[in-house]
Design a protein around this ligand. Structure first.
Ligand SMILES: C[S@@+](CC[C@H](N)C(=O)[O-])C[C@H]1O[C@@H](n2cnc3c(N)ncnc32)[C@H](O)[C@@H]1O
Length: 231
């Protein structure tokens, strides 16, 4: 039986989705308006309760470290889910900064918006309920984005490379744009990794951690790349 079918049965049993259960847990255990408390509660859920698709706690802390150092103002994420990486980014970007995050599924986007509102980050994060590539097409016209300082890739694995190339083609990258890509080893994005590690326009480092802590020991890596420009 596939994992998706098992998840469907479990959601039917509980009469809600795992994402809705995560939101309930956060509302019961975290302090409203406090992103750190919300993220801590999500770490507890991740570690002690149920498998969720969010970035694992160790990776979340690495994302926060990168964002604190780089202080990006204009940020785009592909793959919002319940908003863990989005909130990890948003709590460290400068006051005038903003993050647009894309989520394919309407029900999940609704949970993410409520999670982000509860954390008090709704002024910083815009959740767009669309496919990432459709959002890239209208980044300039609908979201007034000219250049991106930070990009987070955490959506469908086969979309990483085409979506990065669409950002290049659209002229959205500048010297110093940081691109963080999750799940590079597991489930894995070999084509993407090969591209950012071999194209001289990118300087890439890997951050290794366990893919699903407490469930399996498989090693995963986030790729953290800096765009160096065309010359
Ligand atoms: C691994 S989860 C993201 C986890 C999230 N970054 C977090 O830390 O909470 C991937 C999410 O990407 C969404 N997704 C998949 N393909 C997408 C696409 N092409 N555009 C936008 N969202 C997509 C899925 O619905 C799912 O919610």
């Amino acid at each position: 039986m596939s994992v998706i079918f098992l998840r469907f049965l479990r959601d039917l049993w509980y009469w809600n989705t795992v994402e809705e259960r995560v939101l309930d847990f956060v509302k019961k255990t975290a302090a409203e308006g406090d992103p750190a408390s919300v993220l801590d509660a999500l770490d507890v859920y991740y570690t002690d309760h149920d498998v969720i698709l969010s970035v694992a706690p160790e990776k979340r802390l690495k994302i926060e470290e990168v964002v604190r150092k780089a202080a990006p103002k204009v940020c785009l994420e592909m793959g919002c889910y319940v908003g863990v990486s989005a909130m990890a980014v948003a709590r460290h970007i400068p006051l005038e900064g903003r993050l647009i995050t894309t989520e394919l599924y309407t029900k999940t986007a609704k949970v993410a918006r409520e999670m982000i509102r509860f954390a008090g980050l709704e002024q910083v994060i815009t959740v767009v309920n669309k496919r990432a590539d459709d959002v890239i097409k209208v980044l300039r016209s609908e979201y007034s984005v000219d250049k991106l300082d930070l990009v987070v890739l955490d959506h469908s694995k086969w979309s990483y490379l085409p979506d990065l190339k669409a950002l290049e083609k659209g002229g959205f990258l500048h010297k110093g744009t940081i691109i963080i890509a999750d799940d590079c080893f597991w489930p894995g994005v070999p084509g993407y990794l090969e591209y950012v590690e071999n194209d001289p326009r990118y300087q890439t480092e890997r951050f290794y951690s366990i893919a699903l802590p407490g469930i399996m020991d498989t090693v995963d890596a986030m790729a953290i790349s800096t765009y160096k420009g065309d010359n």
